[in-house]
Design a protein around this ligand. Structure first.
Ligand SMILES: [Mn+2]
Length: 248
């Protein structure tokens, strides 16, 4: 893993044709420049992976770009959010993506990274945890599968609105909760904690003893057009603007 790009929280809807095309044009400029694309969750306003349903109608431009970069050798790593869950065969089979429903740790250039969407950080001790358990359980998944894509998608926009009410509370973005969480991860030996969900991009460096630790958030790739890059020489950096990349 050498050159990585992190993005998320676009909450793309089928109506977002212009943004989807803009993001697609940006994504297809990644091969040769980045070998890993980390989607940090909530890229889509709603995604549930059904076998035999590919979301072409809803998210065609973005999916075509994913296909192009996957076949050009970019490894896609997807951390599910609170709007996109059970990514399913489009991601795991067709795009060959690594999909993580919750959190995962990677060793990169001798450092330990902890990655997760971030909704559970805000959820600790809140009604949000209950909401998440309600959505993310085998019974709900079975019900969604039984409903099928057409009926589920009709309902999804209502569920999305519910999720926004539950998640987008002041507590949900309370920076102190994130600070407490990342410090706990630093104490556990992680060098970097990488998340999304707050829609606030940043690379914050902490000095823990003689070690440098970092909290990285990729922010909102749609409204703020922010994302984060990593390379072994200069580390993490926030970038802004979705013009296709031209420099190497
Ligand atoms: Mn989220």
């Amino acid at each position: 893993m050498r050159h990585c790009l992190f993005l998320g929280d676009a909450h793309i809807t089928p109506d977002d044709r212009e943004f989807q095309k803009r993001l697609a044009a940006f994504l297809v400029s990644l091969p040769e420049r980045f070998d890993h694309l980390f989607v940090m969750g909530d890229l889509f306003e709603f995604w549930f992976g059904f076998t035999g349903y590919s979301y072409e109608e809803e998210y065609g431009p973005v999916l075509q770009a994913f296909r192009a970069i996957a076949s050009a050798g970019v490894r896609i790593v997807y951390f599910e959010g609170n709007h996109d869950f059970s990514m399913g065969p489009v991601f795991t089979k067709e795009l060959g993506a690594q999909v993580f429903p919750d959190a995962h740790a990677f060793n990169v250039d001798g450092k330990r990274w902890f990655l997760t969407h971030g909704d559970l950080v805000a959820a600790e001790g809140l009604r949000y945890g209950t909401y998440r358990r309600l959505i993310r359980n085998p019974v709900t998944y079975a019900l969604i599968r039984a409903l099928g894509p057409k009926r589920t998608l009709k309902m999804a926009w209502k569920l999305g609105a519910m999720s926004h009410r539950v998640y987008h509370t002041p507590e949900a973005y309370d920076a102190r909760r994130y600070t407490t969480f990342v410090k706990r991860k630093f104490a556990a030996g992680f060098d970097a904690v990488i998340m999304g969900h707050t829609h606030r991009a940043g690379v914050i460096t902490y000095h823990v003893g003689d070690k440098k630790r970092q909290y990285v958030n990729c922010g909102d790739v749609k409204k703020a057009e922010t994302y984060v890059i990593y390379n072994p020489e200069s580390g993490f950096a926030v970038k802004k603007g979705l013009e296709p990349l031209t420099d190497l």
